[in-house]
Design a protein around this ligand. Structure first.
Ligand code: ARG
Ligand code: ZN
Length: 415
């Protein structure tokens, strides 16, 4: 027992895992221009991790601002904000406890599970086994490797056909810490396979169309959140001249690149990268979609948290030429989602609904010609944020299935 404990300690030390003892997550409510200025100043003077929006640059008036504050700055931040009459709510009292509580620690087989947050090793072996045991409905292909050399394996779901079928592309895990997202892609694949032939809509969808699913886009980052830092967002690319690692893959696409809501500071969590598609993960996805743009009819990308269903544009306040149709479909999908457990989603164009931000995959796909382009921000609205408990994986995935199926069926009817 002692030896095991010692080995455990050594493993943790070697893995150099970041801990969050005493850290808190606050929700600030800036209702005056001065409040916004203060938040931005605060961000300059101490290291604050922005959860929502994802960076100080994105903060504006009347927005809920969720920030993670290191233990040593708590008193200072609290006094500072209260002196300036800003409303503060404590979302998470002790972040390390929340991290520890995220997994339901029932004695569990260390195997893959649809109701757990699987690490990359488990997702990788799941990809291998699910695609080999259902070869009539699913196939896999590697669309490239990540910066650290891990394969990006894309699953293709659909009944085999001699002619090329129209398709839907969906990716999860573009941001590393949004763990509910890859959990949803895995759930989707399972549901598609197990309801084909039983559920009329799924059967018809997979008969007529193919669904490409990329279970984890930012594999390196996802692996890093399991092994080193649970709060990591970006890729893990390095470049000489900067000690800061990674870029935001959802600021790295060719859509008004780095003009708004993105940063050219490599240390920022919304760093747009050194150039368009500098991040190999973004490039691999973009290359695949470009090669297949004649068949791809919808692009879905899954994030967390905030319960939103967003569509273009984010890089401009201008509305898409197909705005009213995109909105109508989003509202239908949100209603379908809500019908199951009453979970409320807000839908709208990203710039006006959250904040303007350039370089996103949704805008890029839309401008390439993929009309139905949607970004999901899954549960919750901040109670747990990125640390959504495993007990919510099932209900979250079930309700999200209804929204995705709603969009898919609309697309299918309007081919
Ligand atoms: N929270 C997401 C992000 O910051 C929102 C994505 C919306 N679309 C966009 N192109 N910004 O990436
Ligand atoms: Zn995200």
């Amino acid at each position: 027992m002692k030896v095991l404990l010692l080995l455990g300690l050594v493993a943790v030390a070697l893995a150099d895992i970041t801990r969050f003892e005493g850290e808190k997550v606050f929700r600030l409510k800036p209702v005056l221009d001065e409040h916004v200025t203060l938040i931005k100043e605060l961000a300059k003077s101490i290291e604050v991790d922005f959860w929502s929006p994802e960076s100080a640059e994105l903060v504006s008036i009347d927005m809920d601002v969720d920030i993670r504050v290191p233990a040593m700055y708590l008193d200072m931040v609290f006094t500072f904000l209260q002196q300036n009459d800003m409303k503060i709510e404590v979302l998470i009292e002790d972040l390390q406890s929340a991290v520890d509580a995220q997994a339901d620690n029932k004695p569990s087989p260390r195997a893959h599970s649809y109701t757990k947050y699987n690490n990359w090793d488990k997702v990788e072996s799941w990809i291998a086994s699910i695609s080999s045991s259902n070869s009539d409905l699913i196939s896999k292909q590697v669309i490239g490797n990540t910066y650290e050399g891990r394969p990006m394996t894309l699953l293709k779901l659909g009944r085999k056909s001699s002619s090329t079928k129209p398709a839907i592309f969906m990716d999860c895990g573009i941001h590393a810490r949004e763990w509910i997202s890859p959990a949803f892609c895995q759930w989707f694949v399972k549901e598609a396979l197990s309801t084909y032939g039983r559920d009329a809509q799924m059967t018809s969808l997979l008969d007529e169309m193919d669904v490409f699913v990329l279970p984890v886009l930012n594999v390196d980052g996802y692996d890093y959140t399991h092994k080193s830092n649970r709060m990591w967002r970006k890729t893990r690319s390095r470049r000489s001249g900067s000690s800061c690692v990674g870029a935001d893959p959802n600021r790295n696409f060719d859509a008004g690149w780095c003009t708004v809501g993105a940063s050219n500071n490599p240390c920022s969590d919304i760093f747009c990268g050194y150039k368009i598609e500098s991040e190999i993960e973004a490039k691999n996805v973009a290359d695949f979609i470009r090669r297949n743009k004649s068949i791809i009819k919808a692009y879905l990308t899954v994030h967390s948290y905030s319960q939103l269903l967003l569509f273009p544009y984010a890089y401009t306040y201008e509305l898409s030429a197909t705005h009213s149709e995109l909105l109508k479909v989003a509202e239908g999908a949100s209603a379908a989602l809500r019908s199951l457990y009453g979970t409320r989603y807000t839908s709208g164009p990203a710039a006006a609904t959250i904040y303007p931000a350039a370089g996103g995959s949704d805008d890029w796909a839309h401008d390439l010609g993929v009309k139905y382009s949607y970004t999901f921000e899954l549960r919750d609205t901040g109670r747990y944020g990125f640390l959504l408990p495993e007990s919510q994986i099932k209900p979250t995935c079930e309700e999200t299935m209804l929204a995705v199926k709603y969009i898919a069926s609309y697309v299918q009817k309007n081919l």
